[in-house]
Structures are given as C-alpha cells and as structure tokens.
Design a protein around this ligand. Sequence first.
Ligand SMILES: [Zn+2]
Length: 357
Amino acid sequence: MPSDSIALIHQPSTDNHVHPFPKPNLGAFETPLRIQMAMRYLENSDVSKRYTKSAAPRAKLEDALTVHSPYLVHAVEIMSRIGSGELGEYAYASPDLLRSALHALGGAKQAAKAVVEEEAEHAFALVRPPGHHATSASPMGLCYFNNIAVAVRFLMKNHGIKRVSILDFDSHFGNGTSEIFYSYPNVQYVSVHEYDYENFGIGHYEEIGHGKGAGTNINIPLLESSPDTSYESVVERVIVPVMESFRPELIAVSAGYDAHYTDPVGNMNVDSRTYWLLGSTVVKLVRSLGLQGSFWVLEGGYNPLALGLSIRASLDGLLGKPVPGLEDQTEREEHEMLIDSNNQVIGQVLETHSKYL
Ligand SMILES: [Zn+2]
C-alpha cells in the first residue's frame, strides 16, 4: 500500500453555497473562500508533491438517507430550490446549498473509499459545508448533512468495515455525530472541544453512550482558551489509550481547525504544532495497531489565512515529517491554572471511562 502519498479530495471550485446577509449568523465565516484559500496555500507548499488531488464527486440523496430522516433530506432539497430560508439554528439555505452539500458528502465518501480500496493510506476531504453538528433529524450550526457519519456508515454497509474510531478535534462539540452513533457499540466517537463550565451544555464527559454503545462516546470538554500543552495531554492520556483499547480497523477524523488561536469563531489557543501532533498521532496509531489508514473530513476552521497552514501541518504529521516551522507558531502565554483545570478534566474523563477501558 502506498504510504508516501495522500489522496486529497477537494470541493469543485464552482460550488457557491453562501449564507444570506443580513442575518444574525456565523455564516459570514463559512464561505467558499475557506476552500479556495486553503487549496491555494497547499498548492504553493512542499506538501503538494505528496498528495494526489481529485474533485469531490456528487453524492446522491439516498446517501444522506443512510443517516438522516427523510424529512431532513427533503427539507434541504426543497429549501435549496426556494433558495433561502432557515433550516435550523444557524443553518440557512441558498440556491447552491444542495449541490454544495452533496459534493461535501461525496468528497467524504470518496476519502473513505480511497483508504479501504488501498488507493492511499490516508485521505483528506477538503469540503464544505461542514457536517458534525447535523443530527439525524436537524440541520444546525452551519451543517446540513453529517458528512463523516454518512462516510462511516457507507464503509460499514458497503465495504465490510466493522469497527471505526472517529476523532473530532473541531473546537465545538460534534453533537450530530455523537447523537447518530450514541448507541453503536462498533463506532467510537472521541471529541476534544471547548466547554463552558459556567453555563454547562451538551458535550460533557458524562455523556458516555447508551446501551451497547456505553463507553464508546468519549467527550473531552476543555476550558475556553486551552493551549497546545493541554491538547498534548489529551493526545497522550486519552486519545491514544482509548483508541488502543477500542482497536478500530481505521480512523475517521472530523478535522475542524477552529481551535486555532486566530479563529474568529472558536475560542481556543492552539497553533499548527497541535495540528501536526494530531496528524502524527493518527499515523502512529495506524502503524502500531496495524489499521487500514485514516480519512479526514474538514469541519470548521474560519480564518482562511490559517486554514491552509493548519491542514498542511496535519498532512506533514501524517506523512511522518517533522513539525514544519510555520508563520503562525508564536510563543503565547499559557496560564498554569487553566492547564491544571484541564488536567483535572482529563482525570475525570479517564475515571468516567475506567470501567470500559
Ligand atoms: Zn467548530
């Protein structure tokens, strides 16, 4: 199997889903510019020699139905035809929504397929709109179809894959993916995200999965402004041991880059070194556990200047290259109290899951 190159699947440049203006929404940041600028950055960097790129094929509505209710799928179709309107909280329609959403879904499926068909050991779908907030029944948070959930379901249904771990490092909790697989014993969902301990909300570590799926939902809710050091601890103390214990056949990654310290939507404090570490950790797990590989699907990441270099750092990690020196890597203040609080959270996560590991 070729391990020295990555399959990069990108959104067709003609897709133009944009959120309407003026609405009080976060959609101002979720635009085609994200993909365009990330692609431009990657194409001008050394890593471009190490991937083969192809445009995302268009998925079918039936693909979305493997995870979503007919009502949701029908609503996305109808509202795209109407060309405007609100489908859910922070999820708006445009005339290009359906086309863009089906390409995002097709890209995620294609990335999953590239790995199981041994075209590449690792694949990355650079697509939008993102998916991890979309539940089985509701679009929300800039997400319509849950791209990664559909791709995982596709592998299990059509390619005989039995066990998958999903790593979600987007700054926000992937409530949709968590909900979809909450009682699945064979899909492990591991999410590291920011959490508001003053107001609480979903994404708490006590949400562990249900029934036969108990123990397969692992939330690591870090405090706002968490630095690279806390992510290193999460990787070492939680992500690696829980995946070693679960023993998946491959790893699916919900790759959201909005924990970057320059992101206008997320509130975390990491730079591209953390994104390199995550890539490098995934490849080490793939090697040490003898897995088929990993496929990555873009979620958030709303500073178009930071997105390309963050992805490039992940790809360098996947390719076994040393951490690249990139212009976003600055020395920023790290607060000891914050790191201590996060270490306590990590301890709670491990204690909560101790009987399943
Ligand atoms: Zn996010």
